[in-house]
Design a protein around this ligand. Structure first.
Ligand code: NOJ
Length: 547
């Protein structure tokens, strides 16, 4: 990689789900003090940047994705001065900082929404959100048939008779992005944080901001044939073309500041072409590539996803990003630990765990997947705890579930708490060093009794651990000129085997077939995902070779 290439074209970005990363003040919830105390760990892991899930003032109806004030830190996590210290200290450790920004909605406790409620129907205050009269003679039917991503209708009626739109929880009213004050406010918020030294933003629901002006009903549901993804159809509130204009303005704001800033869009697009539209040269820098995350453990499908992503993003000059897990999906050790392939994309439906999990299998595949991901051209995301091989906690008692999905679905969907359990650091029993020894609060979600061996301390120095695999891979990746930004060449390989070359001089092979695969010619084995005997790669193993 040339020294002038921007850092974000090849960065490994570690996702800090702040509630569950490290608890500095002992109340059982992770915070900024906790992150600051773990910067040496992040440095030794070898990541380039951290993305921190929302830390703003919030009533926490959706754990911070309901923001009441974008310029304040929630007292649960710390204060603005601490955030500023964190940014400085992270930079001293050579780690960049990317907060999350949530432009699609605010909290219902945001000053704007409170003013809108107080001002009543027809007021200018209501125009910053999406208020409408209902349908039917008495207006008792919602304005259209849109549904909340968390279950139930996307509209809530107020005592004064008007309805307001919320694509997520009722505590998260959608903003009206046609309103100039909304646009101006977010540009001001970006400048507020850029001038405090942040290196970019992760943009929440980046594909949702623009709604069809007439708010029509949803198009008929397109069920995908053969479990394949549907083709793109125009949607009244997802991925509308006009959204790109907003990001062109945001790009200009980022470019006002010195150094390389980076936006990463959480944009769920139907096709790689649609995703590429977010990262054109005058738009955002990068976007999460969820196709990789959603691919089944199948060589052909993985290769197709990789080829399509590289082709489409490459056609607009953007780097790919690769993601295996995040705070919204079942952890991949558990997804890969099921014999039946992960559920494919079916019209926006989320993955559901089916059948018993084999954590040995899932872990073997997760190790191999990490070597594949980190060998691919572009940047990569590591979700906290993935480097520890944490599985999804699938047996949280119902009484502790907190994700709004659990309530909104009428207790039919358990939601995302299982991937958000506070991570283990040290010690043999909960809280496993997540909270200090004199903590007054228990971790906000209970940690499994068998996590002692999964902690950072337990894995450090154990060459067979997931943590040391990640550390070694990240060290090699940083040092090797072939890794990070660039291109790849596929090499001939038997069915079920992926073999790719990165120049100069590195080959990554991954065996997803049932047959052992003799390693192709090499000068040295740089790293393998598990013990390789007699130069033969077993099922679900990967290797990096010097050639
Ligand atoms: C996507 C975030 O990743 C998720 O956690 C959140 O619930 C929704 N956006 C709503 O903001």
């Amino acid at each position: 990689m040339s020294p002038t290439t921007p850092w974000w074209r090849s960065a490994v970005i570690y996702q800090v789900y702040i509630r569950s990363f490290a608890d500095g003040n002992g109340d059982g919830v992770g915070d900024i003090a906790g992150i600051r105390s773990r910067l040496p760990y992040l440095k030794s892991l070898g990541v380039d940047a951290i993305w921190i899930n929302p830390w703003y003032k919030s009533p926490m109806a959706d754990h911070g994705y309901d923001v009441a004030d974008f310029r304040e830190i929630d007292p649960l996590f710390g204060c603005l001065a601490e955030a500023e210290r964190l940014i400085e200290e992270a930079h001293e450790h050579g780690i960049r900082v990317i907060p999350d920004i949530v432009p699609n909605h605010t909290s219902d406790q945001h000053a704007w929404f409170r003013a809108a409620l107080a001002a009543g129907p027809g007021s200018p205050e209501r125009e910053r959100y999406v208020f409408r009269p209902g349908r039917g003679s008495d207006g008792a039917q919602p304005p259209n048939d849109w549904v909340s991503c968390f279950g139930g209708p996307a509209w809530t009626r107020l005592p004064d008779g008007e309805w307001y739109l919320h694509l997520f929880a009722p505590e998260q009213p959608d903003l009206n992005w046609e309103h100039p004050e909304v646009r101006a406010e977010f540009e001001s918020v970006l400048r507020f944080w850029f001038s405090r030294g942040v290196d970019g933003f992760r943009i929440d629901v980046a594909h949702g901001l623009i709604k069809h002006p007439e708010l029509p009903d949803l198009p008929p549901r397109q069920d995908a044939a053969d479990g394949q993804r549907p083709r793109h159809v125009e949607h009244p509130h997802w991925d509308r073309d006009e959204v790109h204009e907003i990001y062109r303005s945001w790009r200009k704001v980022a470019d006002e500041f010195p150094g390389d800033r980076c936006f990463v869009a959480e944009a769920w697009a139907d096709t790689p072409e649609r995703l590429a539209a977010y990262v054109r040269r005058d738009g955002l820098h990068t976007a999460f590539n969820f196709d990789f995350l959603m691919s089944t453990w199948d060589a052909k499908e993985l290769r197709t996803v990789i080829d399509n992503s590289l082709a489409m993003l490459g056609s607009v000059g953007a780097p790919a990003t690769w993601v295996l897990s995040n705070h919204d999906v079942v952890r991949h050790v558990s997804r890969y630990g099921r014999q039946s392939p992960a559920r494919r994309w079916v019209a926006n439906e989320t993955y559901r765990a089916e059948g018993p999990v084999d954590l040995g299998l899932g872990t073997r595949r997760a190790r191999a997947a990490a070597l594949l991901m980190l060998a691919l051209p572009g940047g990569a995301y590591v979700y906290q705890g993935e480097e520890l091989g944490l599985p999804e906690v699938e047996d949280l008692p119902e009484s502790v579930l907190q994700d709004p999905i659990w309530e909104r679905s009428g207790h039919t969907e358990r939601g995302r708490d299982g991937c958000r359990v506070p991570i283990p650091w040290s010690g043999r029993t909960a809280p496993y060093g997540f909270s200090p020894a004199d903590a007054t609060g228990a971790p906000w979600l209970p940690q499994p009794a068998d996590w002692a061996d999964r902690g950072v301390a337990a894995q450090s120095g154990d060459e067979s651990s997931m943590l040391e695999l990640y550390r070694t891979a990240l060290r090699l990746r940083r040092a090797h000129p072939a890794l990070g930004d660039g291109t790849l060449t596929w090499l001939d390989a038997p069915e079920g085997v992926l073999a790719l070359r990165r120049d100069p001089g590195l080959v990554c092979v991954l065996n997803l077939s049932d047959e052992p695969y003799p390693l192709p010619g090499h000068t040295a084995v740089l790293l393998t995902s598990g013990p390789v005997e007699g130069g033969v790669l077993g099922t679900d193993q990967a290797a990096w070779l010097a050639v």
